[in-house]
Design a binder for this molecule. Structure first.
Ligand SMILES: C[S@@+](CC[C@H](N)C(=O)[O-])C[C@H]1O[C@@H](n2cnc3c(N)ncnc32)[C@H](O)[C@@H]1O
Length: 208
């Protein structure tokens, strides 16, 4: 059994993937960490692949696989340049990761995820909302794009970006796709003794 609380958005995406007739082959974009969501799909019988840019985060996720006897593979790659052939996966998702890219980087990553997805395949992505009482620390280097050096080293990087989106801002990234779900999720947490709230805008779309 997966030993952490599975995010409700991942459970919702799983309900959609389970209704599909496609082969159970899934890609997690930004798959690392000590509570890796890729474990959920692996445990439930999916051929689960992950890409992750940070060695530290890959090590954490692989340790989880070993300790829990799970079979998934995470490779080191940038989600803005996925090392897979076109239409390789039935399903793809990126959870709490796109927020670490600039908006230009996000466009590239979404295009890449759609490229490797089969026609009829399903994609889940979430974006950090401008309504979040989230870590808006650091320097605004663009359009609600913060460079936050206070988080240096957290994922093995020198610095971290946080990008924030207005409610309908990301809609244009999914033009020509079938929108199956769009919603808002909020999550309370403490950061540097401050009460924070992450509000994400969640999308599930189908490639047509
Ligand atoms: C907040 S963590 C979320 C990890 C995981 N998806 C989860 O929900 O537990 C964001 C992850 O995205 C990774 N990441 C950030 N930019 C990336 C990129 N361009 N390509 C691949 N992974 C990236 C980070 O190293 C980090 O592991």
């Amino acid at each position: 059994m997966v030993t952490f609380n599975i995010p409700q958005e991942i459970e919702r995406f799983f309900e959609f993937t389970e209704k599909s007739d496609f082969e159970k082959k899934i890609l997690d974009c930004g798959a690392g960490g000590s509570k890796p969501n890729i474990a959920v799909f692996s445990e439930r019988g999916y051929e689960a692949h992950g890409v992750e840019i940070s060695d530290t985060q890959i090590e954490r996720a692989q340790k989880y696989a070993e300790e829990n006897n799970l079979d998934y593979k995470i490779i080191k790659a940038d989600i803005r340049e996925l090392p897979y052939e076109d239409e390789s996966f039935s399903f793809a998702y990126s959870y709490n990761t796109i927020e670490h890219l600039t908006k230009a980087g996000t466009k590239k990553a979404v295009k890449e995820m759609l490229r490797v997805l089969k026609k009829g395949g399903l994609l889940y992505i979430n974006f950090q909302s401008t309504d979040s009482a989230f870590i808006k620390e650091g320097k605004d280097i663009g359009d609600n794009e913060m460079l936050d050096i206070s988080q240096a080293g957290k994922y093995g990087f020198e610095d971290t970006f946080h990008s924030f989106y207005n409610n309908d801002e990301a809609d244009e990234l999914f033009t020509g796709l079938k929108l199956l779900h769009k919603g808002i999720t909020s999550f309370d947490y403490i950061h540097n003794d401050k009460q924070c709230q992450s509000i994400t805008i969640d999308y599930i779309v189908q490639k047509e």
